[in-house]
Design a binder for this molecule. Sequence first.
Ligand SMILES: Nc1ncnc2c1ncn2[C@@H]1O[C@H](COP(=O)(O)OP(=O)(O)OP(=O)(O)O)[C@@H](O)[C@H]1O
Ligand SMILES: Nc1nc2c(ncn2[C@@H]2O[C@H](COP(=O)(O)O)[C@@H](O)[C@H]2O)c(=O)[nH]1
Length: 202
Amino acid sequence: MEGPRPVVLSGPSGAGKSTLMKMLLRDYVGVFGFSVSHTTRGPRPGEVDGKDYHFSNREAMQEDIDDGKYIENAEFSGNLYGTSKSSVDDVRAKGLICILDVEIQGVKNIKETDLDPIYVSIQPPSIEILEKRLRDRNTETEESLQKRLEAARVDMELSNEPGMFDALIVNEDLEEAYEKLQSVLIEEITKVQSTKKERCNS
Ligand SMILES: Nc1ncnc2c1ncn2[C@@H]1O[C@H](COP(=O)(O)OP(=O)(O)OP(=O)(O)O)[C@@H](O)[C@H]1O
Ligand SMILES: Nc1nc2c(ncn2[C@@H]2O[C@H](COP(=O)(O)O)[C@@H](O)[C@H]2O)c(=O)[nH]1
């Protein structure tokens, strides 16, 4: 498909991916679009079906995975997560930079496809700070928090492998991390903004 390159945002749960992505969507209306994933985990308070996730069940998701409707899928902390082809196509068809928020197995799976995104890893300053952020977010049970911290340790190691990511951003100060993220994506942002301007002027 023609158009701007998608962006894969990855990194440990609690590192700040959603926070940074929401900042991009807020500041660049008509430039970015979020690929809404499917998951078997239950919604958190305030999460909206079809906006934050397509909340599903394992049987339905597995059937669609088997039917080839997903670009990638992975098991994370006891739940199934996946990116459907239609979620990405819907965003790309509008000429927007499609943002995919996926864990590390999803990154590896996407590398086997022809999507050709920009790969960005958002990392916490330390595992201790990550734990504090996850606890303060108040979304996890002790069991799921421990699973996420274990997955975070694996992620923090794998993310440093050469060639895994185009950019690694440590999210210590939020504004500084956001500045870095914008600078990594500036070429694609400018492309979309120029196309929009040309359309307005013609
Ligand atoms: N730079 C920062 N300093 C302090 N707190 C932060 C920072 N960035 C994000 N947070 C907070 O940390 C928590 C985790 O952030 P967020 O939910 O964006 O992480 P995430 O990577 O999207 O997690 P998940 O993968 O579980 O969805 C949130 O409560 C958020 O407000
Ligand atoms: N491989 C995929 N990973 C995904 C997808 N959507 C989200 N995620 C990742 O799951 C964890 C947990 O998310 P949470 O919302 O339960 O906190 C996080 O690391 C996300 O990046 C997906 O479609 N595929």
